[in-house]
Design a protein around this ligand. Structure first.
Ligand code: CMC
Length: 437
């Protein structure tokens, strides 16, 4: 093999530059030296939507999108889903290694005992309309936590950071459950610290007049696995929001609120909600071919299909498909599954999807399970956020520890007007639409 460099010849000047290649990557700052004159700014990279730009070096999550591989800290997602728990996986993501028994005990104890939230949060909750979307409430409540813990601003202090990480992982299920109960007009149910993480979440969602809520072990386990599958996914939109906002040294509650807001969108964590709406709209298996034709005509997208990174079956979708059978044994089969299976079959054989390497992603089957478990569709992105919280926090921590990182601040190519003089109102003439855009 030759040298680990790239030779770039600038045909404007005839000069050749040698640029280092590390890990298959060039530093775009190295392009700045390529200039036509001394006062030239230098060459920049243009990469809208960051489709080919690495924003960080990370040791947390590995994805091979071509092969459909996902690993957290080197451990395959299949093994974690089978053998780990969500809290242990959260520990792994944040600390880099699986815990030994004493660490595991301390971790679980600490998360379990931070589940309660300040009573004033209830007042905030009461301010939301009866039909407020629980994800909108979650975003606001996460941000509001910042006002309860002003010490969280000391983001350069590792001990302070650790405390906020515990708080966020512990309190997010409580906020999520409170948002749900509010949207249903139900009295709030407080955490039960004797239950597991997923079990307690189910308790806060579903507990009514019983003295002690007992989660169904199959549903508790299924939810725990679903959280594991969502726990991190490297530099996705919401994680980039977490890192981007965190890079301004905002406290982690504000950064997590921003990440949750990014997740809310229908192209990201809101897709699972859209999948269910789509399956309901398709209605029956016999309508599937006509629906797929409309997708191919570009009328709308097949929600839960396609991924920026995976050009193969999303490994999380495969695991979710397997869990579905266990859940349906308890809840009864969700009839929408047949429509989803028919959609998947047609799409996987159709040239349109094959050519574009569009496969089911994590959101395609998760909503069907959530629905069978009794969650209303508006809660799906909330469940996603709850699972993703440890990943956001691990990435935030890594970003703050990374000496190369500083405030995220992309460049632009300015395409607007050159300098022009202000025109007083009386002298203005209409600007043709194209010129104004
Ligand atoms: N249905 C139909 N066509 C699609 C779809 C889809 N779901 N996804 C992509 N395409 C087509 C797209 O129209 C384009 O075709 P053409 O080359 O003819 O213009 C081609 O495939 C490439 O699409 P793209 O928009 O350039 O791809 P992207 O990497 O920018 O988008 C995506 C990735 C996930 C936003 C997109 O696949 C999508 O909108 N999927 C549906 C929403 C969804 O399921 N999102 C959840 C993602 S997984 C979990 C998460 O990240 O939250």
């Amino acid at each position: 093999m030759g040298k680990n460099t790239l030779s770039i010849t600038d045909n404007r000047t005839g000069k050749t530059y040698e640029i280092e290649v590390t890990d298959g990557t060039i530093r775009t700052m190295d392009l700045r030296q390529i200039k036509v004159s001394d006062d030239d700014f230098g060459v920049m990279g243009y990469d809208p939507a960051f489709t080919n730009t690495a924003s960080c070096r990370s040791r947390i999550t590995f994805i091979d999108g071509e092969k459909g591989i996902l690993q957290y800290r080197g451990y395959p997602i299949e093994q974690l889903a089978e053998q780990s728990t969500f809290l242990e996986t959260a520990y792994l993501l944040i600390h880099g290694e699986l815990p030994m028994q004493p660490q595991q005990d301390d971790w679980v104890e600490s998360i379990t005992h931070h589940t309660f939230i300040h009573e004033n949060i209830r007042k905030l909750l009461e301010g939301f309309r009866y039909d407020a979307h629980p994800m909108g409430m979650l975003v606001s409540l996460l941000g509001a936590l910042s006002t309860f813990y002003p010490e969280a601003k000391a983001i350069r202090d590792p001990e302070v950071r650790k405390h906020q990480i515990h708080r966020l992982i512990a309190k997010t299920p409580t906020l999520a459950a409170f948002a749900y109960r509010h949207s249903r007009g139900l009295p709030l149910a407080y955490p039960d610290n004797e239950l597991s993480y997923a079990g307690n979440f189910l308790n806060m969602l579903w507990k009514m007049s019983e003295v002690k809520f007992k989660p169904h072990p199959v549903l508790e386990k299924a939810l725990d696995v679903l959280f594991i599958l969502h726990a991190d996914h490297e530099q996705n939109c919401s994680t980039s929001a977490m890192r981007g906002v965190g890079s301004s040294e905002a406290d982690p509650f504000c950064a997590a609120a921003a990440a949750a807001a990014a997740l809310y969108g229908p192209l990201h964590g809101g897709a699972n909600e859209q999948v269910l709406r789509m399956l309901a709209e398709v209605g029956t298996v016999k309508n599937v071919p006509a629906y797929v034709e409309r997708v191919k005509k570009g009328e709308f997208r097949l929600m839960g299909f396609g991924h920026r990174v995976y050009k193969n079956y999303d490994p999380r979708a495969l695991i979710i498909k397997r869990i579905a059978d266990e859940v349906f044994e308890v809840t009864g089969r969700n009839p929408l599954l047949d429509i989803a299976l028919a959609l998947e079959k047609i799409a996987l054989e159709d040239d349109y999807f094959v050519k574009r390497q569009l496969y089911p992603n994590v959101d395609f089957y998760s909503g069907i399970i959530y629905q069978a478990m009794g969650f209303p569709v508006e809660m799906y992105p909330v469940l996603f956020a709850l699972g993703r919280m440890p990943g956001w926090l691990a990435q935030w921590e890594e970003m703050l520890e990374d000496k190369e990182q500083k405030i995220a601040r992309p460049r632009q190519i300015y395409t607007g007007y050159a300098k022009r003089d202000y025109v007083p109102l009386a002298k203005r003439v209409p600007v043709p639409a194209q010129a104004a855009s």
